[in-house]
Design a protein around this ligand. Structure first.
Ligand code: ADP
Ligand code: GLC
Length: 403
């Protein structure tokens, strides 16, 4: 039996800001339980809904050193859908209203999390063969595994994997500050290790020190070796190309299933979709104050509102698009300029454009089910899950090259 521990900053159903949470939360349950024991370790954020927090069972606690502080580490455990989740508790770091905030705070938060996660492993009664790290928040883990944790047999034996979900986010901060916070010796802060262009860089550390590096599609694995997509690390990606593989993401077919989805008003399947799917459109039109008409072509967007997702292109085309008999339903949060852009068009094309500038899981499912087409004109997309979700609901996809 291979034992695998995922360590990440978010996972459904506990905490989600994007596709990372979908993958970390749903992949473990699809491994063959006779061959793999896959568990997950997360921060115990105070913003995890109480319905989950109240079910977490206290296992133990201890203290670790971080910079000049001694920090409490609580370890909690909970089983969900047959998968064991561990939670690292510390209310100083994990009390905010969202998992991420100011980068300088996050840099310290995830140095703490990485060190605490590794320190917790020997007391779990679960010795992983593979420690699987996701994105920059866990980039220090492969580094620490090869440094101070080498004293422990578990870490000498275990292999590490670093998965890049998005190379744009690297966890970059002042080198001296990172050195103080992480307690790593000077030796680690050279251009072949954690230093990059004068700063400290967590993800770079993870990519340099992990035994294997993966990313979330084969095409992204190729793209990040080029200067255009490489986010200044393309040289490193080329240097590690023997250990770099792209494995395309999937979606959770149970969670995203139009036949059983409790979040949508009218369930349907591949046989009944002609008779049933449009009823979801009529309901959504009513709910959002759009013209109720089954013949209107409804286009959906469910997305983080950042430049990665290509919304500048939409801004440019919006007036032209709205001359046609379409409806556009947007659900997303992010950069104020895109939030305001969609608010503006919802005002200008009242009854035609609906801007829902917030995060809401229920509404996202209703949009996937109701729309005729999904729009995702990303400038780059490591994998993208929204387009796969749309296809699962029989909604056509425009924009993304991978689907
Ligand atoms: P990324 O991880 O780059 O944000 P993905 O397409 O991989 O993009 O995953 C996005 C995930 O986040 C999907 O599950 C999508 O439904 C969800 N999502 C994004 N924005 C919202 C929102 N405002 N409300 C609900 N779900 C959202
Ligand atoms: C990132 C990427 C997205 C990918 C997701 C899950 O957030 O932007 O393309 O689908 O991670 O791997």
């Amino acid at each position: 039996m291979k034992k695998v521990l995922f360590i990440a900053s978010e996972a459904v159903p506990f905490i989600k800001t994007g596709g990372l949470a979908d993958v970390v939360g749903s992949l473990p349950k699809y491994f063959d339980k006779n061959e793999f024991d896959v568990r997950v370790m997360l921060p115990k954020y105070l913003c995890i809904p109480w319905q989950y927090r109240e079910k977490m069972i206290y296992k133990t606690h201890f203290y670790i050193d971080l910079a000049w502080r001694k920090q409490y580490v609580g370890v909690f455990e909970m089983e969900y859908n047959g998968v064991i989740f561990y939670f690292i508790d510390n209310e100083f770091y994990f009390a905010g209203p969202k998992p991420y905030g100011y980068i300088h705070e996050d840099i310290e938060k995830f140095a703490f999390f990485s060190k605490a996660a590794l320190s917790a492993i020997p007391v779990l009664g679960f010795e992983p063969d593979i420690i699987h790290c996701h994105d920059w928040q866990t980039g220090l883990i492969p580094v620490y595994m090869k440094e101070r944790f080498q004293g422990n047999e578990i870490f000498r034996r275990a292999k590490s994997i670093m998965t890049i979900h998005n190379l744009k986010f690297q966890g970059i901060w002042n080198l001296k500050k990172i050195q103080d916070i992480t307690g790593l010796p000077q030796y680690f802060f050279t251009p072949d290790k954690l230093e990059a262009y004068g700063d400290g860089n967590y993800l770079k550390g993870g990519i340099v020190y992990a035994d294997m590096v993966t990313t979330v599609s084969q095409s992204y694995a190729e793209e990040i070796k080029t200067p255009f997509y490489g986010e200044n690390l393309d040289g490193l990606m080329r240097a590690r190309s023997n250990s770099l593989v792209g494995i395309v993401n999937g979606i959770d077919y149970e969670e995203y299933n139009p036949e059983t989805d409790k979040r949508i008003p009218h369930n349907y399947n591949a046989v009944t979709f002609r008779k049933e799917k449009y009823k979801n459109k009529l309901d959504l039109q009513k709910e959002l104050g759009l013209e109720v008409n089954k013949d209107r072509m409804m286009i959906g967007i469910v997305s983080r509102l950042t430049d990665q997702k290509g919304f500048d292109l939409i801004a440019y085309m919006m007036d032209q698009m709205c001359q046609d008999s379409i409806q556009l339903v947007v659900l997303g949060t992010g950069e104020p300029k895109y939030e305001n852009m969609f608010r503006h068009f919802a005002w200008k094309y009242n009854g035609k454009v609906s801007a829902n500038i917030y995060y809401n899981e229920d509404l996202s499912h209703k949009i996937y089910a109701a729309c005729d087409a999904f729009l995702m004109p990303s400038l780059f997309e490591p994998c993208g899950l929204s387009q796969l979700m749309s296809l699962r609901y029989g909604t056509d996809c425009q924009g993304d090259r991978r689907s």
